[in-house]
Design a protein around this ligand. Structure first.
Ligand SMILES: NC(=O)c1ccc[n+]([C@@H]2O[C@H](COP(=O)([O-])OP(=O)(O)OC[C@H]3O[C@@H](n4cnc5c(N)ncnc54)[C@H](OP(=O)(O)O)[C@@H]3O)[C@@H](O)[C@H]2O)c1
Length: 239
C-alpha cells in the first residue's frame, strides 16, 4: 500500500482529497490540529487512515514530530501540501505577528515537510510526487489578499525549483492553482464578493473541490509521470 502525507486533511479541500485517496487504496497520513466529524467518519471506515494531530505553526518541533510519527520504515510516495491559513487584509494594516504566523503555516512548515519527505523517498529509492495547493490569487490579484497570495507565490517558486533539483532522482513536484472553493476559508466573504469572484471565471461558479482532489490524485499517479515543475490551473477558467 502506498503511503501519502497530507496536511490539513480535516476540512474543506483536504478532507475531500483524503476521502478520494482512501477510496483509491492509498494509506493516508493526515496532519492537522483537530478531528472534524468528516474525518472521524473516515477514521471509522478506513484502517488505512492515520491521524497525526499537530499545529504546523510550531515549526521548531515539526521535524522531531515528523520523525517520531513517521519512522523511516514507512515508505512515502507522495506529499500533498494543502493546509493553509488566510490572513486577509489590505497591506497598510499589516500586523507582523499575524503575517509571521501565516508564513510559518503556509511556507516554512511545507518546506520542512518537503525536506523530510524527499529524504524518505531517497532512502527508499522512490520516484515520488510532491503537490502544493496554490491559489488563483497569485495570478489575478484580489483586494485584501496580497499577503496571503505572496505565501502561495513562494510555494509555486519553491515547487518549480524543487522539481529541477530532484528530477534526476525521479521525484516530481507540481502546484495546483485552485480557484475559489466553498470552504471554511472562503466563508467570511459576502454574497456580493462571492458573486463578483465567480463572475470573473468562465464557468461563473465556485471551483469544485472534487475536481481539485481528482487532479491531486492524477498528479500522484504514474499516469502523470512526465509532468513536473508545472502549475496546473483548476479554477473554472478565471479571466
Ligand atoms: N477556499 C478557497 O477558496 C481556496 C482557493 C484557492 C486555494 N485554496 C487553498 O486550498 C487549500 C485548502 O483550503 P480550504 O479552503 O480547504 O481551507 P479550510 O477549509 O480552512 O481548511 C484548512 C485546513 O488546514 C488545516 N490547518 C490550518 N491551520 C493549521 C495549523 N496551524 N496546523 C495544522 N493544520 C492546519 C485545517 O485543519 P485544523 O483546523 O484541524 O488544524 C484544515 O484541515 C489551502 O492551501 C488554501 O490556501 C483555497
Amino acid at each position: 500500500m502506498k503511503h501519502i502525507l497530507i496536511t490539513g486533511g480535516s476540512k474543506g479541500l483536504g478532507l475531500e482529497i483524503t476521502k478520494q485517496l482512501l477510496a483509491s487504496g492509498y494509506h493516508v497520513h493526515v496532519f492537522n490540529r483537530t478531528i472534524s466529524p468528516g474525518l472521524a467518519e473516515l477514521q471509522n471506515t478506513y484502517k488505512s487512515l492515520s491521524i497525526h494531530l499537530c499545529d504546523l505553526s510550531d515549526t521548531n518541533i515539526l521535524t522531531l514530530f515528523l520523525k517520531s510519527e513517521l519512522p523511516s520504515s514507512i515508505k512515502l510516495y507522495g506529499f500533498v501540501n494543502n493546509a493553509a491559513t488566510a490572513y486577509d487584509d489590505i497591506i497598510t494594516n499589516l500586523n507582523s505577528q499575524r503575517l509571521e504566523e501565516m508564513y510559518k503555516i503556509n511556507v516554512f512548515a511545507p518546506m520542512l515537510i518537503t525536506k523530510f519527505v524527499i529524504r524518505n523517498m531517497l532512502l527508499h529509492k522512490i520516484s515520488g510526487s510532491l503537490i502544493h495547493i496554490s491559489s488563483i490569487s497569485v495570478h489575478t490579484g484580489y483586494k485584501g489578499l496580497s499577503m496571503y497570495a505572496s505565501t502561495k507565490g513562494a510555494l509555486e517558486a519553491f515547487s518549480k525549483n524543487t522539481a529541477r533539483e530532484w528530477g534526476e532522482k525521479g521525484i516530481r513536484s507540481n502546484s495546483i492553482v485552485a480557484g475559489f472553493m466553498e470552504t471554511e476559508m472562503s466563508s467570511s466573504l459576502s454574497d456580493d464578493q462571492r458573486n463578483r469572484i465567480y463572475n470573473r471565471t468562465s464557468l461563473k461558479k465556485p471551483t469544485s473541490k472534487q475536481s481539485v482532489a481528482a487532479t491531486v490524485e492524477f498528479l500522484l499517479n504514474d499516469k502523470s509521470a512526465s509532468i513536473t515543475g508545472q502549475n496546473i490551473f483548476v479554477d473554472n477558467g478565471t479571466i
